[in-house]
Write a protein that binds this ligand. Structure first.
Ligand code: FES
Length: 380
């Protein structure tokens, strides 16, 4: 925005009023038939759309790239995610996936969007989708979600992306958007994996590497025929690929966050220069206790099972009680319910509720875990 002077800028508002009056005076008496603003808003935010699987490619032993095509794919920002809704044995599930394609692909002649799905042994949905997805499958999709995105006003042009395992996915979209000229920055991706079999999206990144896009792998296991970096992504590795003003984008599992944030702290990196994608702990190590969840809807109550290591949203899904979810990590708030009675636990990093919600007992069901029998109220 151009700033002139206080007097000129304030008088601008008065000039606009005059111009608007003139427009009204000379405007056509014909009513507006096409509302261009509404059309644009619908194009950018079409709500839930239907997309068809048109290509599936194995990216590593445990990951697949899925291409989805359809009409009205909205433009999005690199780093954002979409949600896929599908059925597992008549059970409706919705899960978030980082978008790996460039925003430009969504507005090409044959619009498409790509995601990378991983096989996860302890996740019903992760396992199911990996094993069962096929060409021509149709999914309900919500797009353009999340704010793990680059902002040229806030962030430096020197971006260091630190990824753990499949946490590298949003950075492929960023690298592709840089190649497409949407993003004006330099990206170095430091990718930590436990062994070379976990190197996902390697071919896709190879096509993009340049002076502006660099990729460094760090292997935590001790493989004999690996001649790259070994160990964890520590402060020596981070500082080697950073400049004084770098902005850090981090995406990966909880253990990696804990380690990398400690290293960045030791490097005295200001928190303002760190962007984190919110992860969700899978609680596979928490002792599984069974409780009863009473779900109040209007004047009806339903009693279902819930477990200490599963979120309330998952318990509702399993009982076929409709609950809308998007991020599944406590950020967006769409899965908000009110706890009327009982004990619960919300991991600190996933407790992103408003203060008033905390005071009035509202929780985000995707990141709330029961610690006793519990009673909640959800919207009908
Ligand atoms: S789905 Fe986003 S907060 Fe629960």
């Amino acid at each position: 925005m151009k700033i002139n002077s206080t007097v000129r800028d304030f008088s601008g508002a008065i000039r606009v009023r005059g111009k608007r009056k003139k427009k009204f005076l000379y405007a056509s008496e014909e009513p507006v038939k096409v509302d261009e603003i509404k059309l644009l808003a619908n194009k950018l935010h079409p709500g839930i759309i239907s997309l068809k699987v048109t290509n599936i490619k194995l990216s590593s032993l445990y990951s697949k790239i899925i291409r989805l095509e359809g009409e009205n794919i909205p433009y999005f920002k690199a780093g954002q995610y979409l949600t896929l809704s599908y059925k597992i044995n008549n059970l409706n599930v919705t899960r978030p996936y980082s978008i790996i394609s460039s925003p430009n692909d969504a507005i090409s002649d044959k619009p498409f969007v790509e995601i990378c799905i991983g096989y996860r042994e302890n996740s019903i949905s992760g396992k199911y989708l990996f094993e069962n997805v096929k060409i021509n499958d149709e999914f309900k999709v919500e797009m353009g979600l999340g704010d793990f995105t680059y902002n040229s006003i806030r962030d430096s042009k020197n971006i260091v992306c630190i990824a753990g395992g499949t946490g590298i996915t949003p950075f492929l979209s960023m690298a592709r958007s840089l190649k497409d000229g949407i993003l004006d920055a330099n990206i170095t991706i430091i990718h930590g994996v436990s062994n070379s079999k976990d190197l996902v999206l390697n071919d896709e990144f190879k096509e993009l590497l340049s002076d502006k896009i660099k990729l460094v792998h760090v292997l935590s296991s001790n493989e004999d025929n690996w001649d790259g970096l070994k160990g964890f992504i520590d402060k020596d590795i981070i500082s080697k690929y950073s400049s004084n003003d770098s902005t850090y984008f981090i995406c990966g599992p909880k253990a990696m966050y804990d380690f990398v944030l400690k290293e960045l702290n030791e490097l005295k990196v200001n928190k303002r220069r760190i962007r984190k994608e919110v992860y969700q702990d899978n609680y596979s190590d928490v002792k599984r206790e069974k409780y009863t969840l009473e779900v109040v809807r209007g004047i009806d109550s339903t009693f279902i099972d819930c477990y200490s290591n599963e979120s309330l949203a998952l318990a509702l899904e399993k009982a076929r009680i409709k609950i809308h979810t998007r991020c599944r990590s406590g950020v967006c708030g769409i899965c908000r319910v009110r706890v009327l009675d009982g004990e619960y636990y919300i991991p600190k990093d996933n407790d992103l509720r408003r203060q008033t919600d905390k005071e009035f007992g509202y929780v985000h069901s995707c990141s709330t875990y029961p610690r006793s029998n519990i009673k909640i109220k959800i919207n009908i």
